[in-house]
Design a protein around this ligand. Structure first.
Ligand code: NDP
Length: 298
């Protein structure tokens, strides 16, 4: 493997080992095991694969996995009732409602129904507000994973210019809040940004979270830029379905200093961070002080 390639599989397996270790210590102290409830609605094939992976990894770190598979036609009220039940279940420390939900369900309403202390996706307005205020909170898993990668490869981001492409609530915006907390100078781009290519050329680090296959080209990036590719796009090549990122990987690999591959970069970090969040959510629910994230990850 080229030494320019950031091995997300390796970093994520190290995180899962640490989660397992701290979860084991928490169990020895309290006699309780963290539980993660996953709610899956409908038959979306990508969501089913994500959920299957999440459940496998939850069990691997020694946590309890609670799965609720619901029919596509489930009503909003039935979903609210299920979230309420999980909110009050002492065996459940983290609740994840897999997105997207069917169109007839108001996703924001469901996500905001989850108790903030069990909101391991970090999407509840209370957690979003805390993140932007620089307070401890549960942080969305994908940007948390990107920030852990960046801390690992570049200890100090002070003054570095990071260009984030994408302003979604799931990736782009929380990524910006985390990077500001790491003293980076942050530019957020989106579909109305003018001359994206020129903006990218000014970046020390690019975080691409767009959903457009291989959009970022080598002539967009500075020599030695660090590239974090969040994108997961299914495309057809030579009659085969493959996954590619939002960055033209083979093209940018030559010019950048470091890059996350797709698959095997940010993707596995997301699941590791979900387990990390479930661990972090469990301490206060078990009446224990929450350790610093850095002490878990060191
Ligand atoms: P969204 O569709 O919610 O957001 C995409 C963002 O990209 C929007 O802010 C949009 O701008 C912006 N955008 C779209 N077209 C352009 C363009 N031509 N130029 C500049 N910006 C543009 O996507 P997500 O944030 O949910 O996901 C982004 C990607 O990351 C997807 O490929 C997704 O599959 C992947 N992903 C991967 C995860 C992982 O675990 N690795 C987890 C989550 C997502 P505007 O706001 O103006 O519409």
């Amino acid at each position: 493997m080229s030494d320019k390639i950031i091995d997300g599989k390796l970093i994520s397996s190290e995180i899962r080992e640490k989660v397992k270790k701290f979860g084991g210590q928490l169990k020895s102290k309290t006699g309780k095991v963290p539980g993660l409830a996953v709610v899956l609605v409908g038959e979306n094939p990508a969501s089913r694969v994500y959920v299957k992976n999440k459940i496998e990894k939850t069990i691997e770190v020694g946590f309890t996995s609670i799965e609720h598979k619901l029919n596509e036609k489930v009503s909003e009220n039935e979903l609210i009732d299920l979230v309420d039940k999980l909110n009050n279940d002492k065996n459940v420390q983290g609740i994840l409602v897999q997105l997207p939900l069917p169109k007839h369900v108001d996703s924001d309403k469901i996500l905001d129904r989850i108790k903030p202390e069990k909101d391991v996706d970090g999407f509840h307005a209370n957690n979003v507000g805390k993140l932007w205020s620089g307070l401890d909170s549960l942080v969305p898993c994908t940007p948390l994973g990107c920030s852990i990668i960046l801390k690992k490869i570049s200890k100090d981001l002070s003054g570095k210019h990071v260009v984030i492409i994408g302003r979604s609530n799931i990736v782009g915006k929380p990524m910006a809040a985390l990077l500001l907390g790491m003293n980076a100078t942050v530019t957020i781009c989106h579909s109305r940004t003018k001359d994206l290519e020129s903006v990218c050329k000014t970046a020390d680090i690019i975080v691409a979270a767009v959903g457009i296959p291989e959009m970022v080209k080598s002539y967009w990036i500075r020599e030695d830029a660090i590239i974090i590719d969040v994108g997961i796009n299914r495309v057809e090549r030579d009659e085969k379905k493959i996954l590619v990122g939002d960055v033209d990987y083979n093209d940018c690999l030559k010019k950048c200093s470091l890059i996350t591959p797709v698959p095997g970069g940010v993707g596995p970090m997301t699941i590791a961070c979900l387990l990390l969040n479930t661990l972090l959510a469990s301490y206060p629910q078990f009446g224990e002080p929450t350790p610093d994230l850095s002490s878990i990850l060191e």
